[in-house]
Design a binder for this molecule. Structure first.
Ligand code: R1P
Ligand code: GUN
Length: 324
């Protein structure tokens, strides 16, 4: 089955009324923000398609960051769906994002893993980037673990460090771009969701302890993540400004997924692998690039697999079994 994403972009239908250049009801603009949002029924259709093919209900959803797809390789009894075969799903276009949804068991817990995520810079609106989170929700997921590769802004962060996200600054939201934009779907959550308790404090604390158990010592932190639209890496002035604002790590993802997850009342843990140190000096000879990001992710592959497995084990023992 092929994807059936409904794209209107001036070809047919309406554009949610946010387009100023509508003639005869047809959107004249061709950019990706002028697609029609998914209806609840479309998300349900996707969830049903997957539920009918997976003989268990996933409880935890994992989103693998750039080069972190190996987190999905440790799943037992895996069932894989290339994104291109899932109704309504976008497809991955970035190196290091395989583009597969994988169901299986990790630490004996039924999970679903996105081996590859969607970014705004790929041309997808934020609601589309975050759509798989809603699919997970309708399939039974109550806990999201979002991972990403990020540049380290904090002076103590080194390549290979882990930063558990304690908060975020939604830079794209400052500019009026949010995955919850448009008519609110009450069946997912409220019009005005709070975001001051987005990241589960207990899991952050446990994450720090697990990191130390795995030998990370001074290489595990809690900090503030920010997401820029990308795809270019930042200028020196931008990075200095972000640092002044209180950001510790910078990337191009995760925030829209977390907002969507919290909107539908999922519990969230997110962490960044610091893949490069942000360049804050004009006389630096270095330039960031995606290859170093991928190399750093490869270097930490094994450790991150153990890290995630232990966190899932903890979530299972402390919470999931209590609810069942
Ligand atoms: O956030 P993830 O998907 O881990 O990837 C990060 O790494 C890529 C840049 O190298 C960007 O896509 C950035 O967002
Ligand atoms: N925006 C941004 N994203 C990243 N992803 C990995 N490293 C970086 C970085 O330095 N900046």
């Amino acid at each position: 089955m092929t994807g059936v994403t409904k794209i209107i972009n001036g070809n047919s239908g309406k554009c949610n009324g946010h387009c100023k250049s509508v003639e005869n009801g047809n959107c004249q603009r061709k950019d990706s923000t002028h697609e029609e949002n998914y209806t609840y029924e479309m998300i349900q259709q996707t969830a049903n398609y997957l539920s009918q093919r997976v003989p268990f209900e996933p409880k935890i959803g994992i989103i693998c960051g750039s080069g972190l797809g190996s987190l999905a390789q440790q799943l037992k009894q895996p069932i894989e769906f290339p994104y291109s075969t899932i109704p309504n799903f976008p497809v991955s276009t970035v190196e290091g994002h395989a583009g597969k949804l994988i169901f299986g068991f990790l630490s004996n817990v039924p999970v679903v893993c996105m081996q590859g995520r969607f970014h705004f810079y790929e041309g997808y609106p934020l609601w589309k980037c975050a759509m798989p989170v809603r699919v997970m929700k309708l399939m039974g997921v109550c806990q999201l673990i979002a991972t990403n590769a990020a540049g380290g802004l904090h002076k103590n962060y080194k390549v290979g460090d882990i930063m558990l996200v304690k908060d975020h600054i939604n830079m794209m939201g400052f500019a009026g771009n949010n995955p919850l934009q448009g008519p609110n779907e009450e069946r997912f959550g409220p019009r005005f969701p709070p975001m001051n308790k987005a990241y589960d404090k207990e899991l952050i604390q446990r994450g720090i302890e697990i990191g130390k158990e795995l030998g990370l010592k001074d290489n595990i932190h809690t900090g503030v993540y920010t997401c820029l639209g990308g795809p270019n890496f930042e200028t020196v002035a931008e990075l200095r400004a972000l640092k002044m604002l209180g950001c510790d790590a910078v990337g191009m993802s995760t925030v829209h997924e977390v907002i969507t997850a919290r909107h539908c009342d999922m519990n969230v843990l997110a962490f960044s692998l610091i893949t490069n140190e942000c360049i804050l000096e004009y006389d630096s000879q270095s330039e960031p690039n995606h290859e170093e990001v991928m190399d750093a992710a490869k270097m930490r592959e094994e450790l991150l697999q153990k890290f995630v497995a232990k966190i899932i084990d903890y979530i299972n023992k402390s919470r999931l079994t209590q609810n069942s």
